[in-house]
Design a protein around this ligand. Sequence first.
Ligand SMILES: [Zn+2]
Length: 331
Amino acid sequence: MTQRMQDKEESIKQLRDQLGHLTNELNKTTEYIQLLEIQDESKTKRDNLDSEPEHEISELLQKQNTISHEIILVKKRIQKLSAKTILKIELLILPIVIVLLFFVATNYAIQPSADINSSIKTRYMTENLRGSITDDYKYWNVANNTPLVVNIENNAGASDQNIQAVKNAIMSTDMITDDNSQTYQADSAPSKYFKGWQGAVKTISDTKHYVPEKFNIIQSPSGEGQIVITLSTIKDSNGYSGVTRTIVDGNQILKAFITIYDAGKLTDTQTESIVRHEFGHALGLPHTSNTSDLMHDSIAADHSYISTCDINTLQKLYNDVKPSDDFCNNE
Ligand SMILES: [Zn+2]
């Protein structure tokens, strides 16, 4: 504590003492006035004359008034000094707060965009109807040719182009050839990748359970649909860009919730990559340990497409085969 602050504390203490003294005096005066009033009353009754104490009472009332006024002044000075002391402390803390805010702001402003350019962090979870987390394999059990209803909830006010990016990740049948310099199987021949899940799943045949290959996209705020994609303004505190929560009954998927965090601030390419990955979860795929694959828990925003391996793994799932933890690593 600085010398000036100590002086101020001392002044406040003195003023409080003075206040105590004045309050005492005021109480005494008030008591005395009351006493005189009682005396005066009885005397007046007895003599039916103008009383002597009346004069004294008026003087005392004056004194009472003065003391009250002084008390108010002392209280004001105490308030003022206390406020200054608090302000002093605030001023001392303020630079620390500013520095902290600066750190928080720069971390939030710079980190996610840097992260998003290099890799996007995602996570997923599977819950059964009792609300317990399960890591069992899962698949949709829908009738042949029945489309899955996919609801896009645009809570972030994302642009039409951004919504189109979400749709592309699901509906596109486009294929791209990649030289594998940045994606998986880096040393093998150029591979074909799918941009959208509709194109990818159409190549799957011979499965025990029908693989959904038709998607009916709606935009409704009421949460309907089998797969709900929420474009959220919320920024995930752990730095995740997307999460998929799947509700299962046994191995059967009943509903999947995809949340894209901080959606309004993502580029179309970023949005498309995240949705492509999360939709893989929504169809039943877990994470692979292959860092270059679309289904790795962190993905490249500009280089994440549906691999042949992802498609093969999906085919296994719909044949009741649980994929190994390192699927897409050894194929
Ligand atoms: Zn994931």
